[in-house]
Write a protein that binds this ligand. Structure first.
Ligand code: SAM
Length: 233
């Protein structure tokens, strides 16, 4: 796994000396997965490519140094913990609604060294109304959590004006993006150019959909989840 990570980080233009931390993270993930459902991907080489390098690619697309980053629906820490492994200067907050995963993250993040990671257990649409978190982050990330139209309502309230929301998506997401255009605008966002990358060592092309926060999110958003699902913006 070390060679896959070292070569992959180098291919992404990132510091290959961060590979051992990702390897340790992968090993804790697979160990924890025996007790708690953390990942469906369990072959070590696949964990290296499809979790670690896929998420590390975000750091190759966006300069992260010193940013306040929130990862919404982080699961077992993807992409948030990988971003902190490759760019230790970020101030990272991880948010997930599943207590077993946030418990595991609280135990695991300190074992990977570096600065303290804040772990929040609860729903994004509820935390998004909390003044201590609303419009407080330079960057909000999310992978595999919801359709972009709903995801925009879960994530954009956390982004400071001038900051960005980065949604990790499959390459073929043009229709999903078009359907989210109205929501993004209503929530104060503006699409930037996407970043497209290939996960090193694979032929998988992925797309980072980037949204800039151009104006504050109106106070009525986010709504309750049932409402977001029933009447997406
Ligand atoms: N981002 C991780 C990844 O890429 O491996 C996890 C993806 S997993 C498919 C989706 C995660 O989003 C789950 O852990 C779930 O608990 C969380 N989630 C879904 N809706 C959420 C919400 N409204 N607020 C917070 N977390 C949510």
């Amino acid at each position: 796994m070390n060679a896959i990570l070292t070569d992959g980080l180098r291919a992404l233009g990132l510091d290959p000396s961060r590979a051992p931390i990702l390897e340790q993270y992968a090993s804790l993930l697979l160990e924890g997965n025996r007790v708690t459902n953390l990942t469906a991907i369990t072959a070590p080489d696949e964990v290296a490519r499809l979790h670690m390098l896929d998420c590390a690619a975000v750091a190759a697309c966006i300069p992260l140094a010193g940013l306040r980053v929130l990862d919404v629906g982080t699961g077992a820490g993807f992409p948030g913990l990988v971003l902190r492994a490759v760019e230790p200067s970020i101030q990272l907050t991880l948010l997930d609604s599943l207590g077993k995963r946030t418990d595991w993250l609280r135990e695991t993040a300190p074992r990977l060294g570096g600065s303290e990671v804040a772990v929040l257990h609860g729903r994004a649409e509820e935390y998004g109304r909390d003044a201590a978190l609303r419009e407080q982050f330079d960057l909000v990330t999310s992978r595999a959590v919801a359709d972009l139209r709903m995801l925009a309502e879960l994530c954009l309230p956390f982004v400071r004006v001038g900051g960005r929301f980065a949604a990790m998506k499959a390459d073929a997401c043009a229709q999903e993006k078009a359907q989210a255009a109205h929501a993004v605008e209503m929530l104060g966002g503006r699409f930037l150019a996407d970043e497209v990358y290939t996960i090193p060592g694979t032929e998988i092309t992925r797309r980072l959909v980037l949204v800039e926060k151009a104006a504050p999110t109106p106070a009525q958003y986010p709504r309750r989840f049932a409402r977001i699902r029933k009447s997406p913006l």
